[in-house]
Ligand binder design. Structure first.
Ligand code: NAD
Length: 472
């Protein structure tokens, strides 16, 4: 068993099974058996009924699920409630897409030879291996489980060893909703054992992974060995460019939300603030003043905006970056455990200014409440700073000159670009990054297509000989 620790108290409150290679093998076998059974013949409409039933149960159990997420992950309760609602929304959305899929089956593709008729149908990819991180435990699972069910796959879900409780609840909810046995299997355990076995299992045909670049490489290598289809949602170091004509209060709101929401443990967090030099002193002063007002505490506490980081390893990692950052740049606020907190993985909202582009705190994903600030003079310089990164998940620009904002947005190298905001995310558009931020897209129809294989069926409709051998 693996102890489950509440990051606000550092105390274990339950334990989860440490899944082994054999457990993963059994789960994949279950998924294969389910795929070969009645599930294969289900229509999108039938699968939509299961998806809606799961969504309804998630909504009914919203409060309990959110409280569990707070104890497991540390995030403030209102954010956890939002995650649970988004998870329910995700299941409902993919119910709609599953029904649409029935209508899309058999679509005719125009070909330039009237003697042929070409039809398009979609097959489920097969048994899917779903591997998710700890920052949005239930929601990241929903982003994969819902489209995989909609597509008609069966699956094995491996949640993070730090936050597996809501994934186990999801399995129970799916069972209560009547989802046939073997369609959704959950194996908890360490990435190095359960995760690695799932990625390498020859019975898995599709791998959908969200996590760090380093693990993404391992998953991609495992996929390559068996030529599995793979989608990767990896890390980021997203920029937010702020011009001096932007509304200052709006800037303060979005910059703070962009880095301190979920304790900065957000793949798309705008952790690099690139601000026009003329505005920099005023903006930094406001950010420092507002950061000091953020209520820090146990995610269950009223009014808490910043909870603890998820785990001891994550806390140590962020503390390490802050120590190094103090040698590379100027710390203007935060950087330590807040006073009065003897236990819990708490770190104050932290801001570094004058961060040089070669600094590790500028280049690497910290995944904590740490903002790095640099100033620019020209638009070209801002764009160069923004795009000079190995990542390409998200980017933001703020300016009251919409022509300029659109021009800059068009040149930002990222899969997701925000204008005059940062982080709002809807489930209908595609989500994902370029460069080392990943391969493929999730959400919307792109998320469904991740779990489908298109098949063309071409029929010769003429009674005339084709003419290669028998001449007409
Ligand atoms: P991680 O890579 O350490 O772990 C992710 C998952 O992979 C966990 O379930 C883990 O157990 C498993 N795993 C670990 N080693 C494995 C292996 N060898 N084979 C197979 N599976 C293995 O990431 P994390 O620390 O849990 O999450 C944080 C990272 O996730 C950040 O880099 C963040 O940017 C990224 N993330 C990206 C998105 C996105 O949409 N792009 C969303 C959320 C998080």
């Amino acid at each position: 068993m693996i102890d489950v620790i509440n990051p606000a108290t550092e105390k274990a409150f339950t334990a989860i099974p440490q899944g082994t290679t054999e457990d993963v093998d059994r789960a994949v076998e279950n998924a294969k058996t389910a795929l070969a059974g009645a599930w294969r013949g289900t229509t999108g409409k039938e699968r939509a009924m299961f998806l809606r039933a799961i969504a309804e149960k998630i909504e009914t159990e919203k409060q309990t699920l959110a409280e569990l997420e707070v104890r497991d992950n540390g995030k403030p309760l209102p954010e956890a409630l939002g995650d649970v609602s988004d998870a329910a929304y995700c299941f409902n959305l993919y119910a709609t897409y599953a029904e649409d899929l029935d209508r899309r089956q058999g679509e005719i593709i125009a070909v330039p030879d009237a003697r042929f008729e070409t039809r398009l149908t979609y097959m489920p990819s097969g048994v899917a291996g779903l591997i998710v991180p700890w920052n949005y435990p239930l929601l990241m699972a929903a982003w994969k489980v819902a489209p995989a069910i909609a597509a008609g796959c069966t699956m094995v879900l491996k949640p993070s060893e730090f936050t597996s409780l809501t994934a186990l609840e999801l399995a129970r909810i799916a069972q209560d909703a009547g989802l046939p046995k073997g369609v959704l299997n959950v194996v908890t355990g360490y990435g190095s054992e359960a995760g690695a076995r799932l990625a390498a299992h020859p019975g898995v045909r599709k791998l959908a992974f969200t996590g760090s670049v380093a693990t993404g490489v391992n998953v991609a290598v495992a996929a390559a060995r068996d030529i599995k289809s793979v989608s990767l949602e990896l890390g980021g170091k997203s920029p937010i460019i702020v011009f001096d004509d932007a509304d200052l209060e709006q800037v303060v709101e979005w910059v703070m939300f962009g880095i301190f929401w979920n304790q900065g443990q957000v793949c798309s967090a705008t952790s690099r603030l690139i601000v026009q030099r003329s505005l920099a002193p005023r903006l930094i002063e406001r950010l420092v003043a507002e950061a000091a007002k953020i209520t820090i505490g146990d995610g269950m506490g009223a009014g808490v905006l910043l909870g603890p980081l998820v785990s001891k390893p994550q806390y140590d990692k962020v503390v390490g970056y802050i120590a190094e950052g103090q040698r590379e740049a100027k710390l203007v606020c935060g950087g330590k455990r807040p006073p009065g907190f003897d236990a819990g993985y708490f770190i104050e909202p932290t801001i570094f200014v004058d961060v040089p582009p070669q600094a590790r705190i500028w280049k690497e994903e910290i995944f904590g409440p740490v903002l790095s600030v640099a100033a620019f003079d020209t638009e070209a310089e801002a764009l160069h700073l923004a795009n000079d990164t190995e990542f390409g998940l998200a980017a933001a620009v703020m300016s009251s000159d919409l022509d300029r904002a659109e021009r800059v947005a068009g040149q930002l190298e990222a899969g997701v670009v925000w204008i005059n905001c940062s982080q709002p995310n809807f489930l209908e558009p595609p989500w994902g990054g370029i460069k080392k931020s990943g391969v493929g897209r999730e959400l919307g129809l792109w998320g469904l297509n991740n779990f489908l294989e298109p098949k063309q069926t071409t029929r010769y409709t003429s009674s005339e000989p084709w003419g290669w051998y028998l001449k007409p």
